[in-house]
Ligand binder design. Structure first.
Ligand code: GDP
Ligand code: MG
Length: 689
């Protein structure tokens, strides 16, 4: 490549930035039909003629302010990183609101390409725009796209290349004489400092608005920087006296004024947006005070039901395949040779990894359901519906998205809390997030529920365990908000995106990502731990005691290291109904939740081998049903739902919360709560049954 350029994508939440990013770079980032899906910037590349283009997908923002962490990320990239070209992605059906961000970016001195996305919806709605006139007025390329169908993407690439060759010219943004004069007066001083792009009015706007990020930065520059800050204070006072209104209101209105003028010149026919009308009609039923929540519960129940009933068939095929492979290896293995290796492969690797892989179909189904709900825009409604309820518990609508994300995996859920402006809101959400039953816990439920409960109750049990997690999360949030994290909550207005038909590409793409990640985990961390577990359950071998009948020989499993560790912790977990085997598997779950399943797989495979009896105990599920009661089974489910977030969660909480204190509180707090709840459940249950 003879040259390289850097491009950043900016835009309002839900304008289709990530879709455009994926279409440009051919990657598959998470797209969702609700605001706030992308919280960290992501990068990718594409080539055009002999230029390599590096693209960054920024978190969505409505404006260039620096209140929430995601806005800070966007802002840093927009203003400080100085990309060669800034692509501003707007939703064509909401031009008036979307173009305010464009106006702000025009002040930063970037070369811009305006990408009018969702052109399909605007067209259907009957909107007509004079694109050539818009290009002339703005002075940079304008491209219409339909992101998820890939329409307009090659034009967009051409426009990016073209824009990168333009001069960085002063923008044609006009904000009214008074404001423009004030900005010029402030910029006069800023231009004498060495901050990047000092001559563009953006810094002046931020000083005028008294943004601490910018004020601090200029104060560091001493002389001229300090004078710029003083000048800004002067201009602010002057403008406020003159107009009798708050300066930020005044500035915002000037931006809207610019957008209004622009649209008056270029909008040939304004839209009569009927995707909205249809959405409103659906919403009359779905976002209904009475029916809303029951409909939501029903929808979720249907997904869990599908996960079970449809998932059962492919699950059995995979199970059979692994059982068959184990038998085949056992059968073909030369008698008495390298028995250790045979045991490692069959009882360690196949039993451990196989135990986890069999649940792949269920993972696929659950995420298919969630992906469809997200992409249609239904999840945003669910957030809206539960907002009032969540307020009572000191959470709010903004917590909903991280929490839904947490059903997939706690880690991105915790990252998604970055959209929250209020630090206490954010910490509360982060701390209770592990209670959202993540994808890694699904295999546990898929193993335990059929082992202990009859088919007609299985979907309800699955639904129930998720529900218990959510209810506990709410209660715990309430507790935190009224003790450690007491304080005001930030107001939040959730806007509802229009309903959209989910695209095959997005849904399938996400399922492939999920399954890939699941299999990768099975092939790496689960594989490694299964092998370790095999060693721990195989060694040391008990000494051969002569003169003692076979039944009184010490069991090899109990004699092994794993057995001893299990026996050691048994007293602590016996009151919950657990024995040492469960104890060992539960310890393993700290590494990754699925490990619980693979551990039990290995333990039982070893047990089977060890006793050398010919009666087949069948699947792991049958073995569990034989050894434990449903009461123990449910006590165990409660414990695994609540206790010990996995290693990676502890690490990410520490990083995002900024101190070990919160990570420890989360870890030990949840474990203690789990113990108490399982204890109470098991003891009371034992009395009653
Ligand atoms: P972001 O928040 O800006 O990153 O937006 P996303 O890329 O996550 O997209 C939001 C939603 O809009 C998704 O459901 C996309 O499938 C959908 N979408 C993206 N581009 C278009 C488009 O051009 N037309 C239509 N009808 N939908 C689109
Ligand atoms: Mg995005």
């Amino acid at each position: 490549m003879s040259q390289e350029i850097r491009v950043a994508l900016a835009g309002n939440p839900n304008s289709g930035k990530t879709t455009i990013f994926n279409a440009l770079t051919g990657s598959r980032q998470h797209v969702g039909n609700y605001p706030g899906v992308t919280v960290e910037k992501r990068t990718g590349t594409f080539d055009i003629s002999d230029t390599r283009v590096h693209v960054t997908d920024l978190p969505g923002t409505y404006s260039l302010s620096s209140y929430s962490p995601e806005e800070v990320v966007a802002q840093r990239e927009l203003v400080d990183a100085i990309p060669d070209v800034m692509v501003v992605v707007v939703d064509s059906t909401t031009l008036k609101r979307s173009l305010v961000l464009l106006a702000q970016i025009m002040q930063t001195g970037d070369r811009i390409v305006l990408c009018l996305n969702m052109a399909d919806e605007a067209r259907t709605a009957g909107q007509k725009l004079d694109k050539p006139a818009l290009e002339t007025l703005l002075g940079f390329p304008v491209v219409e796209t339909v992101g998820h169908k890939g329409q307009g993407i090659s034009e967009l690439k051409d426009a990016i290349l073209k824009a990168s060759q333009l001069e960085r010219t002063p923008s044609r943004l006009v904000l009214g004489e008074r404001l423009d004069t004030a900005l010029a007066a402030i910029t006069f001083h800023i231009a004498k400092t060495d901050i990047p792009k000092a001559t563009h009015p953006w810094h002046a706007v931020k000083l005028l608005l008294d943004d601490p990020l910018y004020v601090d930065r200029l104060m560091e520059k001493k002389g001229p920087g300090k004078r710029a800050v003083q000048q800004a204070a002067l201009e602010r006072k002057k403008l406020e006296d003159l107009c009798g209104e708050d300066i930020s209101l005044f500035v915002t209105q000037r931006y809207y004024g610019f957008v209004d003028g622009l649209l008056r010149e270029t909008l040939l026919r304004s839209a009569h947006i009927d995707t909205r009308a249809l959405s409103d009609r659906i919403d009359a039923f779905v976002v209904n005070k009475v029916a809303g929540i029951p409909v939501f519960l029903l929808v979720m129940y249907a997904i869990f039901w599908l996960t079970f009933t449809v998932g059962e068939y492919p699950m059995e095929w995979i199970e059979d395949l692994f059982a068959w492979s184990g038998d085949a290896i056992n059968g073909a293995w030369p008698e008495g040779k390298l028995d250790v290796l045979r045991s490692l492969i069959v009882d360690g690797i196949l039993a451990g990894v196989g135990g986890v892989v069999v649940f792949l179909p269920n993972i696929i189904l659950l995420f298919l359901g969630l992906a469809v709900l997200e992409d249609t825009g239904y999840m945003a409604r669910a957030a809206f519906l539960t907002d009032r309820l969540m307020h009572r518990f000191g959470l709010h609508g903004r917590s909903f998205i991280p929490m839904i994300t947490g059903f997939g995996c706690t880690i991105p859920g915790i990252m998604a809390t970055r959209t929250m402006e209020n630090e206490k809101d954010r910490l509360t959400t982060m701390l209770v997030l592990p209670l959202m039953s993540c994808g890694a816990r699904l295999p546990i439920w898929m193993l335990l529920i059929p082992a202990f409960f009859p088919p007609e109750h299985r979907a309800s049990m699955l639904f129930g365990i998720y529900a218990i997690g959510i209810v506990l999360a709410f209660l715990l949030a309430l507790l935190l908000r009224s003790t450690l994290l007491r304080g005001e909550e930030a107001p939040f207005v959730m806007e509802l995106p229009p309903y959209r038909v989910p695209t095959m590409r997005s849904v399938v793409g996400r399922i492939i990502d999920r399954s890939g990640a699941y299999l990768k985990k099975a092939g790496t961390i689960i594989l490694a731990i299964s092998m370790l577990m095999w060693v721990l359950t195989s060694y040391p071998k008990p000494p051969e005691v002569v003169d003692v009948p076979a039944e009184q020989q010490p069991s090899a499993l109990e004699y092994s290291i794993a057995g001893r560790i299990g026996k050691f912790i048994e007293p602590a977990i016996a009151p919950l109904g657990f024995d040492w085997k469960i104890g060992v598997a539960t310890l393993g779950a700290f590494a990754a939740k699925e490990v619980f399943v693979s551990q039990l797989g290995v333990i039982y495979a070893m047990d089977d081998f060890d006793e050398d009896d010919d009666e087949d105990i069948g699947t792991l599920r049958d073995a569990l049903a034989r050894d434990y009661t449903p009461l123990v089974g449910f006590s165990l489910m409660l414990f695994l739902l609540i206790a010990t977030p996995c290693m990676a969660t502890v690490a990410i909480t520490r990083r995002e919360a900024g101190s070990w204190k919160w990570a420890f509180l989360q870890f030990f707090g949840l474990t203690a709560i789990a113990w108490v709840i399982s204890f109470a459940f098991f003891q009371i249950g034992s009395l009653l049954l």
